[in-house]
Design a protein around this ligand. Sequence first.
Ligand code: CTP
Ligand code: MG
Length: 226
Amino acid sequence: MIPHYSALIVAAGRGERAGGGLAKQYRPLAGRPMLAWSLETFATDSRCREVVIAIHPDNRPLAEEIVRTTALPVTLVEGGATRTASVRAGLDAVTGDRVLIHDAARPGLSRALVDRLLAALETAPGAVPVLSVADALVREAADGLAPVDREGLFRIQTPQAFRTAALREAFAAAGDRSFPDETALARAQGLAVVTVHGEERNFKVTYPEDFERMEQILAPGTAGLT
Ligand code: CTP
Ligand code: MG
C-alpha cells in the first residue's frame, strides 16, 4: 500500500535573525520565494494528499499568490506567536492520518528524505531527521571554554513525521506549553520517535549569510550572478 500523508508547512515566523524587511520565507531564493521550494517538493509527490500552511495574517496575499497554481489542495491557516502554536493551528486543519511537519525556512528538502521518514513511520509513531556533529563542542564557563562530549549528540531537522492521531493526543496532553519542536513535545508525552538520516542541504536558512549558501544548493553555479 502506498503511504499517503499530509504536509504541514510552518511559515508564520517573522524571520528576525535573517534581518531585512520581508520575512525570509517570502524572499526570493534561486528564482522563487523560499516557501515555494518545499511546497513544490510536497505538491509534486503523489503520496502527498494535501498541504496545510501556517502563515502570519499580514502575509496572506503573498502566501495566496505562492499557492495559486499548486495542483494539490492547500489550506492556509493563521499561525501563532510561537512555532508550537503555529503547528497546533495547522494540525487542526490536517485531514490525513500521517503528517510531515516542515519549516518553510528549509527549502532544500529532498524526496529521498521524505521516503526515509515514511518508511520509518511504518513501524514507529514518529520519525525525525538528524545529523551528527562534526565540529568539536565547548561550553563557555566562568573559567574558560569547557569541552562538551559529542558522543550521542545530534542536530535535528524537519520534516518531523508523525501518525496524526498520536501527535494530536500529545498536543492535547501538552496544553498550551511551547516546545522547540514536535520531537520535544512528543517526548514530554512519552511518544516514541525514531531517527532517520537528515541532509546537509536541508539546513535551516536563519542568518543573512545563509541565503547565498542555500542558493548554491538550489541553483548550483548561479548564485551571485546578476
Ligand atoms: N514559525 C512559525 N510560527 C512562529 C515562529 C516560527 O510558523 N510563531 C516557523 C518559521 O516561519 C520557520 C520555522 O517555524 O519556517 C522555523 O523557525 P525559525 O527559523 O526560527 O523562523 P523565524 O521564527 O521566522 O525566525 P527568527 O527566529 O529569526 O525570527
Ligand atoms: Mg524563530
